[in-house]
Design a protein around this ligand. Structure first.
Ligand code: MRU
Length: 356
């Protein structure tokens, strides 16, 4: 099934603009957001109108197209977009690719690399848009590859097996069908009838609002639980596998993902349930040795005390609101990538998988 909505869409040519599905309004309203300036894009990323590691990278790439103008360099625009959110490495990876477009020698005689025909010269704006479109397209293909590898890995699960997931990792979080959720979609497509347990994902409820919405649209059986119910559901024997996405994976396999993922992985170990991560190669950060070096985004306390404009705590209480946590590699049974399955998870196996 093709996704019935467009998470990220570029309209027009080099003078075009970006349209994002405003995820802060889901599941109540389907509202699309016009981004005509790089500042609009920065805001959309910061306030999670678009979110999910691969989707942030794709959006930022289009943001560069909007920002680069006479008097505003690629580096300046990339530096600015890099301040929108700190944890998902896909953002920095995509900005690095866009920067490299500017480093191509000016006015190359034949510019086939950007899709031009022999003898065609492309402007910087054209090359930037071609690169952003390529990043978007590659992400779509990476999602499809992860879905296939993941569904192969989980092929032995019995029909109707329970799969627990955390946060949102579907078509809303990527340029394609998703990471972890795409694996579940593919299992369903193969007739496996997965039964999905969806953590609501406090405080911004990406599981409740977004994952349940996507699963419902695809007709996949699912039940929403409070994050704190995961242990009980596992103890009842309802979960045969856990699968989540990732925002940044260090060279040793330590994995940052939405706050609460580490708790789920710990529970999975206690109950002997395999814990899988699905992430494209663009989510690996081999420049850092371990998860200790991953910057963890701190978000406003109001997301916890006044989420969705409803006070749920007395005014002026102290709040600690890290948006991500790090699951140690030893808790991860396998990482499903677009290049194959990394198992066991170690520096060597990650190096081998990401260097193909
Ligand atoms: O704060 P968010 O909603 O951007 O966090 C998203 C997640 O943690 C996802 O699980 C992660 O980006 C993987 S999505 C393909």
């Amino acid at each position: 099934m093709i996704s019935p909505f467009h998470t990220i869409r570029w309209i027009g040519g080099i003078d075009g603009h970006l349209i994002l599905l405003d995820q802060t309004r889901l599941p109540v309203e389907n509202v699309y957001l016009d981004c005509r300036t790089v500042e609009d894009v920065w805001q959309a990323i910061r306030r999670l109108a678009v979110r999910g590691a691969p989707a942030i990278g794709v959006t930022a790439a289009y943001g560069v197209c909007l920002g680069v103008k006479p008097g505003r360099s690629i580096d300046e625009v990339c530096d600015y977009l890099a301040t929108s959110r700190p944890t998902a490495v896909n953002l920095f990876w995509a900005l690095e690719r866009m920067r490299r477009v500017g480093q191509v020698p000016r006015d190359p005689p034949i510019d086939e690399a950007y899709g031009g025909s022999r003898g065609t010269r492309h402007t910087l704006q054209e090359r930037l848009l071609a690169e952003a479109r390529a990043i978007h397209d590659e992400d779509r293909q990476q999602c499809a590859a992860m879905a296939r590898f993941g569904a192969d890995l989980l092929a032995d699960l019995p029909d109707g097996a329970g799969i627990l997931t955390h946060c949102n990792t579907g078509a809303l979080a990527t340029g394609g069908d998703g990471t972890a959720l795409a694996v579940i979609f593919e299992l369903a497509r193969r007739g496996k009838r997965p039964y999905v347990w969806v953590d609501e994902t406090r405080p911004l409820l990406q599981g409740a609002r977004l994952t349940m919405w996507e699963l419902q649209q695809r007709g996949i059986d699912a039940t929403l639980i409070c994050d704190s119910a995961a242990a009980q559901v596992m103890r009842e024997g309802s979960v045969q596998a856990v699968i989540t996405g990732a925002d940044r994976i260090a060279a040793n396999g330590d994995t940052a993902n939405k706050i609460g993922t580490f708790s789920v992985a710990t529970l999975a170990q206690v109950f002997g349930i395999p814990f899988y991560v699905a992430a494209p190669a663009t989510t690996f950060d081999l420049s850092i040795a371990s998860g200790r070096e991953i910057p963890i985004e701190q978000r406003p306390g109001e997301e916890v005390t006044n989420g969705f404009d409803k006070p749920t705590a007395p005014a002026d209480v102290n709040v600690y609101n890290p948006a991500f946590d790090v699951t140690p590699a030893e808790l991860i049974a396998a990482i499903i990538t677009d290049r194959g399955v990394v198992r066991p998870v170690s520096e060597d196996t990650i190096h081998a998988a990401t260097s193909v």
